[in-house]
Design a protein. Structure first.
Length: 159
């Protein structure tokens, strides 16, 4: 008579144990979107854009930062922030766009250097881009024609 409740309790405990363990991360701070590494290079700004809007590279030591930014929801050519700061290492930027037009976020070395990664242009919802960045100054902007010139640009400082 007591076997069924004990068996049910054991099964419940096992299910909770499996759910609690479930493929978590090691000691990274923040959380954010997990994605498989696209590259094992440790150079600044490695990573490639994926169709899902997530770009990724293996962190070469360093920390992990998760940042968020949003496009102005009324349709103005602006982000809600002009500056972002992160620690060197893996940097994930999640952009939300509830504006009536498509936007993206593109990360560039310095102010006119190479493009290091971006989300696809999208409307409604959020997309993320992850890069491994060294300390330095980077520019983020919307690469839709006319949007950067219209004000969708800012500075990312990595220390």
């Amino acid at each position: 008579m007591f076997k069924q409740p004990a068996l049910l309790l054991s099964a419940a405990a096992l299910a909770l144990g499996v759910a609690a363990c479930g493929g978590g991360s090691s000691s990274s701070a923040g959380g954010g979107t997990k994605s498989a590494p696209a590259s094992s290079s440790a150079a600044a700004g490695t990573g490639t854009s994926a169709a899902s809007g997530t770009s990724s590279a293996a962190a070469a030591g360093g920390g992990s930062s998760t940042l968020s930014i949003a496009a102005n929801s009324s349709g103005s050519l602006a982000y809600d922030k002009k500056t972002l700061s992160a620690k060197a290492g893996k940097v994930t930027i999640t952009m939300t766009n509830m504006a009536p037009i498509g936007h993206n976020i593109t990360i560039q070395q310095g102010t006119n250097g190479a493009v290091l990664g971006s989300t696809p242009t999208f409307q409604g919802g959020s997309k993320s881009v992850s890069l491994t960045l060294k300390a330095g100054k980077y520019t983020f902007y919307c690469s839709v024609p006319g949007h950067r010139a219209g004000g969708m640009v800012g500075t990312l400082t990595v220390s």
